[in-house]
Design a protein around this ligand. Structure first.
Ligand code: ZN
Length: 195
């Protein structure tokens, strides 16, 4: 999966080998971000358990985290599920033991996100030049919950207007994977490694 992402972004990147070939280690001299990236490739190529062909250590935890996010499972329920899976899987399984550990594994993927206000009908996100708008530019629906008061999100660096007590009717997670991968490929060290 990750190989596909990488190969998709960098057409010249045709080999995703993670081990040094022919005595010279391509990891030497790589910067920290590169090392983290190689860790991801390792995880992506590690079988979930010996003989498992359908999931890697990474792909399985990414799918689980995806389900967690879709269904709004609590961190505790996720920990409980992992504990159960550990009892089911063959010994030697490479499965995170906790939500915290799972997040650590996937942090290197660069799945950072911003929480942004969104049109309740999913037409647009209120970001960049639209960050200050009160209505959706497509369907004219209000950005705000009617009569909504109280808590609103913190760290709203994109919010330049006085939002008072207004509460967004809908918010969405905006994932920032691509910029990070792009940076990775722009780094001269990495570019050399990718050839
Ligand atoms: Zn709309």
């Amino acid at each position: 999966m990750l190989n596909n992402i990488a190969c998709g972004l960098a057409p010249e990147y045709t080999s995703c080998e993670t081990e040094g070939a022919g005595g010279s280690n391509p990891r030497s001299g790589a910067d920290e971000e590169a090392l983290r990236y190689f860790e991801i490739l390792d995880d992506a190529q590690t079988e979930l358990y010996p003989g498992c062909k359908d999931f890697s250590k990474l792909s399985f935890i990414v799918e689980l985290l995806h389900l967690k996010a879709l269904n709004q499972w609590s961190d505790t329920s996720f920990d409980m599920l992992l504990q159960l899976l550990h009892r089911v899987l063959p010994s030697g399984a490479k499965l995170a033991k906790s939500y915290y550990e799972a997040r650590k594994l996937t942090e290197n993927l660069g799945f950072t996100y911003e929480i942004l206000d969104a049109c309740p009908n999913n037409c647009m996100l209120f970001r960049n030049e639209n960050a200050h708008l009160d209505m959706c530019i497509v369907c004219q629906t209000s950005r705000w919950k009617e009569g909504g008061v109280g808590y609103n999100r913190q760290n709203s660096s994109t919010s330049v207007i006085d939002r008072g007590k207004r509460v967004a009717a809908k918010q969405a997670r905006y994932f920032l994977l691509k910029p990070r991968l792009k940076r990775l490929f722009m780094s001269s060290n990495i570019s050399k490694l990718m050839r």
